[in-house]
Design a protein around this ligand. Structure first.
Ligand code: AMP
Ligand code: MG
Length: 313
């Protein structure tokens, strides 16, 4: 039996499989089996008010899970699927409440990774999967990251090498009259707007949850991370780590340096982000000093993750 066949059997029997996608590694369960999905929340320690994305192999499988596919959503998925775009649509009754946190809507995407697609096809099930890390912590972009978080707690980890995109999918809701960006991600907002026109960027009232990616604290390393403002002074007398594009102007004060991209390439920076944060987190630093990147293309998703990683309660 191949690894994919084994993994598919685990999914069919209600178990959990971690698998690679182009964004981050996912912790997958049969989306139509509420018991299996409950285990995802349990293993991740994820609150059940935080709904999951359902991964499907193609548009046809997506259509079964929703009541309707508005034409703007169709236009987008024709360009971006398979790829890092998640659409939120009115759900069909067959999607269990636990997947959607009892909302009448479901989030769906087709991942762009051969192992993910084979797993979905071989199991014959849509697969509900959040990132394969403990809730609130740094997302996994290698199989080793997943092993460190879960070890034997999950039945199988499919290893597909490092994730190519490296940040989570862009989440776009088609529930209101105009499309709403719930989370910036791997599909650049500029490219989305070029296809369907203006998109509203969701503004969230404090404490209100529109989407899991909108929790204020998320993607956080154990080491305090400061997202440096333009005039902010470097902390003194501390072991500092540097995180940013290119190189620090003066490397002197830093015990560790992680360049997201030597040539300021935002795609490369996104692909490196979570692994770089994890490496810094292992260096016994007092503070990770992170510099924001240009707020365009994938830079929007990178800044979003850094902002949430830096949130202090
Ligand atoms: P992750 O923790 O990466 O799996 O994040 C899941 C993402 O799914 C969040 O950012 C949400 O935007 C999104 N999501 C899932 N289901 C829904 C839903 N029914 N309505 C709105 N957003 C959803
Ligand atoms: Mg996550």
């Amino acid at each position: 039996m191949s690894d994919i066949q084994k993994a598919a059997q685990i999914i069919q029997e209600g178990g959990l499989v971690a698998f690679p996608t182009e964004t981050v590694y996912g912790l997958g369960a049969d989306a139509l089996n509420p018991y299996a999905v409950a285990q995802v929340f349990e293993v991740k320690n994820r609150p059940t008010f935080d709904p999951l994305i359902v991964h499907v192999a193609d548009l046809r499988q997506a259509e079964i899970l929703v009541q309707k596919f508005p034409s703007a959503a169709l236009k987008l998925v024709e360009k971006f699927w398979p790829g890092p775009l998640t659409v939120v649509l009115p759900k069909s009754p067959m999607v269990p409440d636990i997947v959607t946190s009892s909302m009448p809507t479901v989030a769906i995407r087709v991942p762009n990774h051969p192992l993910a697609l084979e797993l979905i096809r071989e199991s014959g099930r849509p697969i509900a999967a959040p990132s394969a890390n403990l809730f609130g912590q740094v997302s996994p972009t290698t199989a080793e990251h997943v092993r460190k978080s879960f070890g034997k707690k999950i039945e199988m980890i499919l290893d597909g090498g490092p994730c190519q995109v490296g940040v989570e999918s862009t989440v776009l809701s088609f529930i209101d009259k105009e499309p709403v960006l719930l989370r910036p991600g791997g599909a650049p907002l500029e490219e989305i707007q070029a296809l369907i026109g203006p998109v509203r960027v969701a503004q969230k009232a404090p404490g209100q949850i529109l989407a899991p990616g909108q929790l204020e604290s998320h993607y956080a390393p154990r080491t305090p991370l400061i997202l440096a403002g333009p005039q902010e002074a470097l902390p003194q007398g501390q072991r500092l780590g540097w995180l940013g594009l290119g190189k620090p102007a003066d490397p002197g004060p830093f015990a560790a340096v992680e360049s997201l991209s030597e040539h300021q390439d935002l795609r490369e920076a996104a692909a490196n982000l979570f692994a770089a944060v994890r490496r810094l987190d292992e260096r016994n630093l007092d503070v990770i000093w992170a510099l924001p990147v240009p707020d365009q293309g994938l830079g929007r998703a990178i800044n979003d993750r850094l902002t949430k990683a830096s949130h202090r309660k």
